[in-house]
Write a protein that binds this ligand. Structure first.
Ligand code: NI
Length: 168
């Protein structure tokens, strides 16, 4: 097991999309185990995407439960909004200030409910609907897997204000 370093904005690797995972062998299982260990080693971490750890693969690990006992591993997730309702709530990111205890947050508009189609860590298909914080979290992670961070959703002026606050 190993703990991966979490890439920090503006690391250019955060802008690179992950590749679709087709290999579910031991090598991938080790990566996923290390991602889980990395996730649980952090304070205030809801989820991590492989692309935040310098691994260009479409894998995310999610657990925002108090007891850290509600793990969700999504591989190759594809999201579809359900309905047209959106919510606009504050987001932060382990790659944008959170890791270094800076309070860099901004409101981001997300679909309230999404249909998630993905594979589990062994390649088995998963499909479920998510809403609320889980839906927001999965959308944020899926952005990472496509080389996008929450700052990319903001108006230029809002982003500039936050960028000034980010310690480089
Ligand atoms: Ni993030």
């Amino acid at each position: 097991m190993a703990i991966y370093p979490i890439l920090q904005y503006p690391d250019p690797r955060l802008s690179q999309a992950g590749q679709v995972v087709t290999d579910f062998s031991d090598a991938t299982q080790i990566i996923i185990d290390n991602m889980i260990e990395t996730h649980y080693a952090q304070k205030n971490c809801a989820a991590l995407a492989a692309t935040q750890l310098g691994i260009p693969l479409q894998i995310t690990v999610i657990d925002f439960s108090e007891e850290k006992n509600d793990l969700l591993v999504l591989v190759n997730p594809v999201l579809t909004p359900v309905g047209t309702q959106t919510t606009c709530t504050k987001e932060g990111c382990m790659s944008v200030g959170l890791y270094t205890n800076q309070h860099i947050q901004a409101k981001v508009e997300r679909a309230e409910t999404i249909l998630v189609k993905a594979q589990d860590r062994y390649g088995q298909p998963i499909e479920f609907e998510a809403d609320g914080f889980l839906a927001k979290c999965i959308q944020h992670e899926c952005d990472h897997l496509h080389g996008k961070i929450f700052l990319d959703h903001l108006k230029q002026v809002t982003r500039q204000i936050l960028e000034k606050k980010i310690r480089k």
